[in-house]
Design a protein around this ligand. Structure first.
Ligand code: DX5
Ligand code: ZN
Length: 221
């Protein structure tokens, strides 16, 4: 049986924030999620929008919001993004100076009936976050350095995806594997075969001549 793949289209390549709502409305009947990349100028160089724009998207579209917080000390902002309407709220393992605060943050997101994602940068091994695989809903595997859309997929990340998938199977866990960075029609199949369930797409879909075709290509149709 063919696996069901969810597509989460990223807001990152959209230069004008006023265009994001139109993109969300267009995408709401075509893909599963809008991937909202939030950057604070500290965890990554770039600064983007914050929870107020996400609230606006939520008020003006039906799309599910997959919020990827690329910010330092994300625990402080959890409530803002949940109040804004995040359906999945993903925080970065590396963004916690004090790793002891991470279980508390995960618990807080779950307590507020929001799906919780934990993300790791390319250099962080799955081993470091393995204990959280029992509690999170999503593991977001970065396949580029966070901070910029339009980078090249790092093929060595396929092994990490397969390792996470194997661990999930062996332990009968239900979290989803989301892959973010450089995903396109050429590499999508290998990413799905390695175990991914959710593919993030920034430039590939946004920059496509025909976005509907690009989405179907990612799904393998
Ligand atoms: C990178 C962001 C990604 C990015 C994906 O910092 O987290 O979500 O926008 O864009 P593409 O698909 O263009 O690599
Ligand atoms: Zn992202």
């Amino acid at each position: 049986m063919k696996k069901n793949i969810a597509i989460s289209v990223s807001t990152d390549p959209i230069p004008n924030y006023s265009d994001i709502i139109d993109y969300a409305k267009y995408m709401q009947t075509r893909v599963e999620f809008l991937h909202c990349d939030v950057m604070d100028g500290k965890f990554v160089e770039k600064v983007t929008y914050d929870a107020s724009l996400i609230k606006n998207i939520n008020l003006n579209s039906l799309i599910m919001l997959d919020v990827h917080l690329m910010v330092d000390e994300p625990a402080y902002y959890i409530d803002d993004y949940i109040n804004a309407g995040a359906n999945i709220l993903t925080i970065h393992y590396e963004a916690f100076k004090n790793k002891e605060k991470l279980p508390e943050a995960i618990h807080h997101i779950k307590e507020r009936n929001t799906l919780v994602g934990l993300s790791i940068k390319p250099a962080t091994s799955f081993k470091e976050i393995r204990t959280f695989a029992y509690t999170v809903d999503v593991i977001l595997v970065m396949s580029v350095e966070p901070g910029l859309s339009g980078q090249k997929f790092m093929p060595e990340i396929l092994d990490k995806i397969a390792e996470i998938n194997k661990f999930r199977e062996e332990n009968n866990l239900r979290f989803k594997i989301e892959v973010d960075g450089g995903v396109n029609a050429t590499n999508a199949k290998s990413i799905i075969d390695a175990g991914a369930d959710i593919l993030v797409s920034g430039m590939y879909v946004y920059g496509a001549k025909n976005r509907d075709v690009a989405i179907e290509e990612l799904r393998g149709n």
